[in-house]
Design a protein around this ligand. Structure first.
Ligand code: ADP
Ligand code: MG
Length: 568
């Protein structure tokens, strides 16, 4: 259908509101337009975190020359023309608001040609007004270049985060659309570096490999073939992670409804509920699930960004997701191996591994509670209990010390002190060179973080160098860290939940992660000397009573409490 201005009746029913909040919003709107134009190839180039330039070229149907100007009018769209259409939207766009909203806050250049046009048209706009219009020769398809975003809106510019952060948001959008449309070839170059390139061969597993690395791709489980998962109203396809593959944030829970990337609390819950008990605290699965359902069963006209949807049959969607994920995990994951515990006295038991989500680590960036700064009295080690706790006696009663948490505290402070020295250049970093470098496969986001935080990683003793597009070689690692923990530590650090962390937060996060994975674990038998040494070192720390995650390292039973208990 040609581009037309929506009638007031329809326009008034459309969720109103600002959509262009940051460069990634521009990218999202433009990519959606290219996909609605049935492009098979979409190339994007971004500079200055999207503020200087966002350029997208597609080979889609193009816009007829005579309609190009109209496309920049509010509520002008070729995708909708009636209230009935609004009830069953099957395109990604329908509001007719993106191009005018973008043109209002940036300089825009549009070059487009449709199949029937002999020549193309080039339009330039500033502050929403056409400043140049010319006939041009160009291939079929559309190129939109957006420059100087928010130049005249300093308040909006100020709100933007670093180039790395804005690029990460942009990469997120393109990554998700490449997962939703495996038949479309996507490329994305930020600041002159190509960071994503999908083949468009239609294989979702190939896109997953490009986006998350081949290692992840080979571990992911394909959800049950559609005929089993099917329900007359919902079809589900995609991949989910086995329980041993998890991430520290919900960022890898991706849902698409009729190929629209959406956020849904309901779907997150349905998946997380199914994994309950299989993952450690603070860990989340990776899922890429594509739901298809009749468009009239969902309402996408809830929020101007079209990222949230309302389901007509909410409970049913929840149950289908739960069922499909549950069946896939049951059928495709082997039962966990039985592991013998080294404790000679106790039944196998291991506390939840103390890998905390980064959100929790971040929450703990302020001063610790007052008590934690209280120094420790000298303690006499009496023994070990359950291969988890050290029992010690002090001047005022009994202390039960969590060996892992205590060691974490000791290492954390030591690592921080070393890093500070390495900045001052007064000390050599305590690092170990690996005989055989380790290879790490990283996804786009992780690569972006390495790019911007490589120097900091070096201050902690890591030495990483790029080795091919998605691979890095790890040559040096912090002295306290075991080789087999390197992968998990680096990924934990790179899967940051918030790229806007301040430098001290980054430093703390790195030290916490290295300390946590270097520390002795529960279940390890300690000799009396080892225990004495650990307690001695704990006594020297600044905050001996909490671990870097903020949990207590010890429980104190005072003589008074003991007497009360024994009613003496
Ligand atoms: P909407 O996508 O909601 O219709 P937009 O403001 O994003 O509104 O776009 C307005 C119109 O411009 C679209 O309906 C479409 O006809 C045309 N258009 C925009 N981008 C493209 C593109 N890349 N290829 C073909 N047509 C496009
Ligand atoms: Mg649009």
């Amino acid at each position: 259908m040609p581009i037309q201005i929506l009638t007031t009746e329809v326009a008034s029913r459309i969720a109103a509101g600002e959509v262009i909040e940051r460069p990634a919003s521009v990218v999202k709107e433009l990519v959606e337009n290219s996909l609605d134009a049935t492009s098979s190839s979409i190339h994007m180039e971004v500079r200055g975190g999207g503020v200087n330039l966002i350029k997208i070229s597609d080979n889609g149907i193009g816009i007829p020359s005579e309609e190009a100007e109209l496309a920049f009018q509010h509520h002008a769209t070729s995708k909708l023309n009636s209230l009935d259409g609004l009830r069953k939207v099957s395109t990604l766009g329908f509001r007719g608001e993106a191009l005018p909203s973008i043109a209002a806050v940036a300089e825009v250049e549009l070059i487009t040609r449709c199949a029937t046009g002999t020549a193309g048209i080039c339009l330039k706009l500033e502050k929403g007004i056409v400043t140049e219009k010319a006939t041009v020769g160009c291939p079929q398809g559309t190129t939109v270049a957006v420059r100087n975003l928010f130049r005249f809106i300093p308040a909006r510019l100020k709100f933007l985060k670093s180039t790395t952060t804005e690029n990460a948001h942009i990469a997120d959008v393109i990554t998700h659309y490449s997962l939703a449309f495996p038949k479309v070839q996507f490329t994305l170059a930020t600041e002159g570096r190509e960071i994503l390139h999908t083949s468009g061969n239609g294989k979702l597993e190939d896109v997953i490999a490009e986006v998350y690395g081949t290692e992840v791709a080979t571990k992911m489980l394909r959800v049950n073939p559609p005929e089993q998962a099917n329900n007359p109203h919902v079809t589900i396809q995609g991949y989910i992670s086995p329980p041993h593959l998890s991430r520290a944030s919900r960022r890898h829970l991706s849902f698409f409804i009729n190929r629209r990337w959406i956020y849904s609390y309901l779907l997150n819950r349905a998946v997380e509920k199914t994994y309950e008990g299989m993952l450690m605290n603070g860990r989340y699965p990776m899922v890429i699930l594509s739901l298809s359902m009749p468009p009239e069963n969902i309402d996408v006209n809830v929020h101007p960004s079209k990222k949230e949807v309302r389901f007509l049959r909410e409970q049913e969607v929840f149950s289908v997701i739960h069922q499909v994920v549950h069946d896939t995990l049951r059928e495709q994951t082997p039962p966990p191996e039985m592991r013998l515990h080294p404790s000679p006295f106790h039944a196998p038991w291991q506390p939840q591994e103390t890998v905390k989500s980064q959100e929790e680590v971040l929450l703990n960036t302020g001063p610790l509670n007052i008590d934690s700064h209280t120094s420790l009295p000298f303690l006499r080690v009496l023994g070990q209990m359950a291969t988890v706790y050290i029992i010690a006696e002090g001047p005022d009663g009994l202390y039960l010390i969590d060996q892992h948490a205590a060691h974490e505290r000791v290492l954390f402070e030591k690592i921080l002190a070393q890093q500070q020295h390495s900045i001052g250049g007064t000390n050599e970093i305590e690092a170990q060179a690996l005989l055989q470098p380790l290879t790490l496969e990283l996804d786009i986001r992780q690569k972006e973080v390495i790019h911007s935080k490589g120097k900091l990683l070096e201050e902690f003793g890591f030495l990483l160098e790029p080795f091919g597009r998605n691979t890095y070689l790890v040559r040096n690692i912090p002295a306290s860290l075991k080789e087999e923990k390197v992968d998990v530590v680096i990924k934990e650090i790179l899967d940051s939940p918030d790229e806007s962390m301040t430098s001290p937060q980054w430093v703390r996060k790195l030290a916490t992660s290295i300390a946590c994975h270097s520390a002795i674990r529960a279940g390890q038998i300690l000799s009396p000397e080892e225990m004495r040494e650990l307690i001695y070192q704990l006594e020297q720390t600044e905050s001996p009573r909490t671990c870097p995650h903020g949990r207590p390292t010890m429980i104190h039973l005072s003589v008074g409490e003991l007497e009360k208990g024994f009613r003496r």
